[in-house]
Design a protein around this ligand. Structure first.
Ligand code: SF4
Length: 360
């Protein structure tokens, strides 16, 4: 059942320019992206080769601003198409793009992507899709989980980007959803988003093989999530996807233990319950991710958002080592316990049909 939204239409990101490499324009999907961008009034620059000529000003603020307004259309090389395990979300990570146009003060991409924060979208969609069957039945993350093995092989599309933020420019997410729906394999696609423009996804033949999760935080923390859709729109979009028969989820991320967190997160969970509890046949999961940072991500985020009031004080945090040996700063054990108990009890009370997949 498709429904109309009563909220204003979500704002769509329009980059200042699209830099298209020569090889990217050799792909149908690449040419379609260039056409969509041109139709939206974006300046499309056709590069003479596959080299991305990125010249940004020395001033870091201007360089950041220009990079964030730049969309690059490239071909994903084999190294980027090779699927990687992505615990705890999914067996495999599949990337349609890299980078995101939003401006979140805590953005997790700051610790994983190098270089200026442009957004790249990939033109060679058929080659990306070709990787999926090769990994069917090979998963070691959710496939090995006692409680999640029924999802089959899982593929996560929002590790290095927010795919819904770019969908009006690429159509890549719709193609991936359609692929999973037609495939008929014991497999699921997953994506999470801080955006809300789901209209083009509602009528797709998804066969229940894609789970959309809305990544949410209270409206009181909107100052940390510049350029994203308002959380009310994200919940509305999730409700519409659920009514269209998609399995859905809430990614509460990152959970920020700022003063008054109990009140604002309590209201957020109540709002999610209002949006979702009456959906017939609701299939709802929850993922709970507390705010953390590394010395590297903090350095990048401090340079991107020098005025941010988001607490990122290593002295106020506990320190953990990742499995790769690097440091990360997390909330101390007492705060973590308090947060976890709060979320578990509120979710049980307000979203009784939800399955919580993990807490981290
Ligand atoms: Fe980063 Fe997600 Fe915010 Fe985009 S929406 S800037 S990927 S945290």
């Amino acid at each position: 059942m498709a429904t109309a939204s009563l909220l204003p239409a979500p704002r769509l990101w329009t980059p200042k320019r699209l830099l298209a490499t020569k090889s990217a324009l050799g792909w149908d999907h690449g040419r379609a992206i260039a056409t969509r961008a041109a139709d939206l009034g974006v300046e499309v620059v056709e590069l003479p080769s596959d080299r991305l000529a990125l010249a940004f000003p020395d001033d870091p603020r201007q360089a950041y601003a220009q990079a964030k307004q730049t969309l690059a259309l490239t071909v994903a090389p084999p190294s980027k198409r090779k699927l990687q395990p992505i615990a705890p979300s999914a067996d495999w990570r599949v990337d349609l793009a890299e980078g995101c146009p939003a401006h979140c003060s805590y953005c997790y991409l700051a610790g994983s992507l190098k270089g200026p924060p442009i957004t790249r979208v990939y033109a060679n969609l058929p080659e990306i899709l070709d990787e999926l069957p090769r990994h069917l039945g090979q998963g070691q993350v959710t496939s090995r989980s006692r409680t999640r093995a029924h999802e089959g092989t899982t593929y996560e599309a929002s590790c290095y980007t927010d795919p819904l933020a770019l969908e009006h420019l690429t159509g890549g997410l719709a193609a991936l959803i359609g692929y999973m729906g037609a495939w008929g394999a014991d497999a699921h696609l997953r994506f999470t988003t801080k955006f809300a423009a789901v209209e083009p996804l509602l009528a797709l033949p998804h066969s229940g093989r894609t789970r959309m999760r809305a990544s949410i935080n209270p409206p009181e923390f909107a100052r940390f999530e510049g350029g994203t859709s308002p959380v009310a729109q994200r919940l509305d979009a999730l409700q519409r996807m659920a009514l269209a028969g998609y399995p859905v989820g809430l990614t509460v991320a990152p959970i920020i233990a700022a003063d008054g967190w109990q009140d604002v997160y309590g209201r957020l969970i109540a709002d999610a319950a209002t949006a979702l509890n009456d959906v017939p046949g609701l299939d709802l999961t929850v993922e709970l991710i507390t705010h953390r940072f590394t010395p590297g991500s903090k350095a990048v985020l401090d340079s991107w958002y020098p005025g941010s009031s988001l607490e990122m004080d290593p002295g106020a945090r506990a320190t953990k080592r990742t499995k790769f040996g690097s440091l990360k700063h997390v909330y101390d054990a007492d705060t973590m316990r308090e947060l976890r108990a709060f979320f578990e009890s509120r979710i049980a009370a307000r979203l009784p049909s939800a399955r919580t997949l993990y807490w981290t």
